[in-house]
Design a protein around this ligand. Structure first.
Ligand code: PLP
Length: 451
C-alpha cells in the first residue's frame, strides 16, 4: 500500500535504501548498477563522501535564507565557479530547483530582454520536434515530445517547430553529415523568414538531444550554422544542457565541442548530481546589461531560488569533478564504452544505431535493420527492456516514441563519471542479457514473421 501518487499507479517499485558508488541498493539487499544516473543525474554515483560531508557541515550552520533578504556564500561561490568555466560571454547565473524551472526562467529572460531593449512585439519561440525541455507548461510548449504534449496542448503557448538533428533517420544516403546539417540550418532560416524574425525571441534546442529521441548528436557544423542564423536574424540562442551538460559528454558544457556560445544556457541534473535538487540558467552579459540598464530586476522568482544547501552540494560536486579529474575519466573511458557497445551490439539484428559522446549513449532498436522498421509500439519493447535490465541488476533509461512520439524504441546510458573499466564490462554484459530476455519474449509477429 502506498499513499504516493507514483508515476505509474499500476507498478509496484522496489524501495531504494542505500547507495554505494555507482550502485543503488533496495530494501531486499539487491544491488543495481546505475548505468543511466536515474535520468542522467547521478554523475558522482550515490555515496560520495566529500559531497555528503559538505552538506552536513553546511546544514550545521545554515540551510535556507530567502533570496529577497540575503545572498549566501555557497551560492556566490557556485556562481563564480560556473561563470569562470562557462563559454565566453556568459556572465551571470540564476539558481532554481531543477531543469524545468531553469527553462522557464530562460524563456522569461528572453522575453524580458526584448521588452527591456524596446522590442516588445517579440513573443514567439522556435524549437525542434522530438526534443524535451521539461514538464511545466512553458517548457512543455517549447518541447517537441508529441505524446507528452498531446493532452495538454490546449494549455500551451504557440511555438514553431523545426526538424531535429537526427542523422540516423533523416540524413539522406547521398548527403554528407555536413550537408545534412546545412539543410537543417536552411530550414531554420526559412522558418524564421516565414514567421517573421522580428516576432521571434529565441531558438531553443538541446545541444545533444536527450531522452526523447535518444542521444541525438549534432552533426559537424550544424550548431555553428544555427548560431549564425540566430545572429543574422537578431534572435537569441538558448541551449538546453540540462541533460547533456556538466561534463556528461566529456566537456563541462557540451556546446564547447561544437565551438558555439549561446546567449543563455540551461543546466541542472549533473550540476547537483542528485545530492540536492538544483538547476541554473546562465545568461550573457548583453542580457544582464539590458536588465541592469533597464528595469534593474528580473521579473521572476521562486521560494527556493539559490537554496543554500542545494548550492553547497552542487559546489562540492563541481569541485570534486575537478579535484578527481573525472572529466578526464569520461574522455578516456567514453571511447571504451562506445567500443564495447559497438563490439557487442553493432551487428545485433535489432540494434539500428548506437550514438553519443563521452558518457552519454543512445541505442535505437529496430524490428528490421535494412529498412530501419521500428517495432510495433503496442509491444512496448522499451518497457520490457527496462524491466529485464532491472532483473539483471542494471539501471538503464529506455523510452518509446523515438521517431515521432509514437514509433521507435531506444535506451539511454549515462553512467556516473566515477566508473572504471570493470563497470563498463558489467554494463555491456548485463545489457546484452536483458536484450536477449526482452526480445526473446516478443511474439513472432513482432519480427514480421506470421505466427
Ligand atoms: C534536456 C532536458 N531539459 C529539461 C528537463 C527538465 O528537467 P527537470 O526534470 O529537472 O524539470 C530535462 C529532464 O529530463 C531534460 O532532459
Amino acid at each position: 500500500m502506498t499513499s504516493i501518487l507514483h508515476r505509474s499507479i499500476r507498478d509496484t517499485l522496489p524501495r531504494a535504501v542505500a547507495g554505494d558508488g555507482p550502485f543503488l541498493i533496495d530494501d531486499q539487499g539487491r544491488r543495481y548498477l546505475d548505468a543511466c544516473g536515474g535520468a542522467a543525474v547521478s554523475c558522482l554515483g550515490h555515496s560520495h563522501p566529500a559531497v555528503i560531508a559538505a552538506i552536513r557541515a553546511q546544514a550545521d550552520r545554515l540551510c535556507y535564507a530567502h533570496t529577497s533578504f540575503f545572498s549566501s556564500e555557497p551560492a556566490e561561490a557556485l556562481a563564480d565557479h560556473l561563470v569562470a568555466r562557462a563559454p565566453q560571454g556568459l556572465s551571470h547565473v540564476y539558481f532554481v530547483s531543477g531543469g524545468s524551472e531553469a527553462i522557464e526562467a530562460a524563456l522569461k529572460m528572453g522575453r524580458q530582454y526584448y521588452v527591456e531593449i524596446g522590442q516588445p512585439q517579440r513573443s514567439l519561440f522556435v524549437s525542434r520536434r522530438q526534443s524535451y525541455h521539461g514538464n511545466t507548461l512553458g517548457a512543455l510548449a517549447v518541447g517537441g515530445n508529441a505524446w507528452r504534449r498531446a493532452q495538454f496542448a490546449p494549455l500551451l503557448i504557440d511555438t514553431v517547430q523545426v526538424s531535429p538533428c537526427y542523422e540516423y533517420r533523416d540524413r539522406r544516403a547521398d548527403e554528407s553529415p555536413e550537408a545534412y546539417g546545412q539543410r537543417l540550418v536552411a530550414e531554420l532560416d526559412e522558418t524564421l523568414r516565414r514567421v517573421g524574425p522580428e516576432r521571434v525571441i529565441a531558438f531553443v534546442a538541446e545541444t545533444v538531444g536527450g531522452a526523447t529521441a535518444g542521444v541525438v548528436t549534432p552533426v559537424p557544423g550544424y550548431l555553428r550554422g544555427v548560431r549564425e542564423v540566430c545572429d543574422r536574424h537578431g534572435i537569441l540562442l538558448i541551449l538546453d544542457e540540462v541533460m547533456c551538460g556538466m561534463g556528461r559528454t566529456g566537456t563541462l558544457y557540451a556546446c564547447e565541442q561544437d565551438r558555439v556560445t549561446p546567449d543563455i544556457v540551461v543546466i541542472a541534473k549533473g550540476l547537483g548530481a542528485g545530492y540536492e535538487p538544483i538547476g541554473a540558467t546562465l545568461l550573457s552579459r548583453r542580457i544582464f546589461d539590458a536588465f541592469r540598464e533597464g528595469s534593474g530586476f528580473f521579473q521572476h522568482g521562486h521560494t527556493y531560488l539559490g537554496h543554500v544547501l542545494a548550492c553547497t552540494a552542487a559546489l562540492e560536486v563541481q569541485r570534486t569533478i575537478e579535484r578527481e579529474n573525472l572529466l578526464e575519466n569520461v574522455r578516456r573511458l567514453g571511447p571504451r564504452l562506445e567500443a564495447r557497445l559497438r563490439e557487442r551490439f553493432a551487428a545485433h539484428p535489432h540494434v539500428g544505431d548506437i550514438r553519443g559522446r563521452g558518457f552519454f549513449w543512445g541505442v535505437e532498436f529496430v524490428a528490421d535493420r535494412a529498412s530501419k522498421r521500428p517495432f510495433d509500439p503496442s509491444l512496448r519493447l522499451h518497457a520490457r527492456i527496462k524491466k529485464a535490465a532491472m532483473a539483471q541488476g542494471l539501471m538503464t533509461y529506455p523510452m518509446g516514441g523515438t521517431i515521432d512520439g509514437k514509433l521507435g524504441d531506444h535506451l539511454l546510458l549515462a553512467p556516473p563519471f566515477i566508473v572504471g573499466e570493470e563497470h563498463i564490462g558489467m554494463i555491456v554484459e548485463r545489457l546484452s542479457a536483458a536484450l536477449d530476455a526482452a526480445i526473446g519474449e516478443l511474439p513472432k509477429e513482432a519480427f514480421g514473421i506470421p505466427a
